[in-house]
Design a protein around this ligand. Structure first.
Ligand code: ADP
Ligand code: MG
Length: 303
């Protein structure tokens, strides 16, 4: 084929759009297999996820579904077994040790569930927030720490050590610490898991502040089913794959929630267990194109 024919077909001027082209976070068929002795655990089994710059999404799913594994990969603490993962300009599959360190310092912030794991116990809140700023904000570290603590509503604990703060205050200081180097992506793994409802709300509000005021893209793993009312998108993981998404829409002041199944690029969709059980959908189903929808029916053969 000649170059001019290629161009006529859009071959040169418009390269094929890449999956997730302008998204900040792109996970494409991501696989993570843990090997312990002779036992293999497929924690992620071809997970797809796109998150746009500036979004705040909640990640939900049963215990063991792969949420922490995904966050560990996105944080650069762990590396995928197969598939593609990109955050901004960073290719998480191809990063070398030194890039990994730079990625973790510059690109992502992380908040753990265990309050004690997020902060250094012998430092004050202000000192904790200042610590990650080794190479940044040289002349105004303390000022920036104060601004971040104020932004998240914990300016009053600036001179206290973690043991002199409540759990919710510790987590909000942890968020401030995670934001110290202005990461584009903030990851939080069940940051409210150890807190009561009221305190959880304060921590969740702090994450939203990070998202809205600091412009940080936020992915928060949570067990709390009510969060889908507070974020625009809730992504559910089942068996190491994204299975469904709930979108919250604001139509003329009416807030609606709609649940979607997620289709991967090969066209696979996971049918929820309730549906499978209700119609006894087992190994083989009948698919039909019905004008404006696709129907899935039981095979119908005697078993
Ligand atoms: P979640 O955070 O959704 O509860 P995880 O990502 O922690 O799920 O775990 C997903 C699966 O991977 C589970 O079956 C878990 O037992 C397994 N797993 C997680 N971490 C390891 C590890 N370091 N070694 C072996 N298996 C692991
Ligand atoms: Mg977990």
């Amino acid at each position: 084929m000649s170059d001019s024919t290629l161009e006529a077909l859009g071959g040169r001027s418009a390269p094929p759009a890449q999956f997730g082209g302008d998204a900040l976070v792109v996970c494409d068929n991501l696989v993570r297999i843990y090997q312990t002795g002779s036992v293999e655990v497929q924690a992620l089994q071809g997970l797809d996820l796109l998150v746009d710059q500036g979004e705040m999404i909640a990640l939900v799913g049963a215990s063991g579904s792969g949420k922490s594994t995904l966050l560990a990969l996105l944080s650069g603490m762990d590396a995928p077994t197969a598939g593609r993962a990109r955050v901004g300009r960073w290719d998480l599959m191809a990063m070398h040790a030194r890039e990994r360190v730079a990625y973790r310092q510059q690109m992502v912030g992380f908040v753990w569930q265990q309050t004690s794991r997020n902060l250094l116990p012998y430092l004050t809140a202000r000192q904790n927030v200042t610590t990650p700023m080794t190479f940044t904000h040289r002349r105004r570290r303390a000022a920036r720490a104060n601004e971040l603590l104020d932004l998240l509503g914990v300016g009053h604990v600036a001179d206290r050590r973690p043991l002199e703060m409540s759990g919710g205050e510790q987590q909000r200081v942890a968020i401030a610490t995670a934001l110290a180097n202005e990461p584009q992506l903030l990851l939080a793994d069940e940051p409210t898991g150890e807190l009561d409802t009221t305190t959880s709300q304060e921590v969740f509000d702090a994450l939203r502040t990070a998202n809205r005021e600091a412009g940080t893209t936020v992915i928060v793993v949570t067990h709390d089913p009510s969060v889908s009312t507070q974020v625009e998108r809730t992504v559910a993981i089942r068996d190491g794959r994204t299975s469904s998404e709930v979108l919250r829409r604001d139509d003329d002041g009416d807030v609606t929630h709609e649940e979607y199944a997620v289709m991967d690029r090969a066209g696979r969709v996971q049918v929820p267990r309730e549906y499978r059980d209700a119609l006894e959908l087992t190994r083989r189903v009948r698919l039909a194109l019905e004008g404006d929808h696709v129907s899935v029916r039981p095979d119908g053969r005697p078993r």
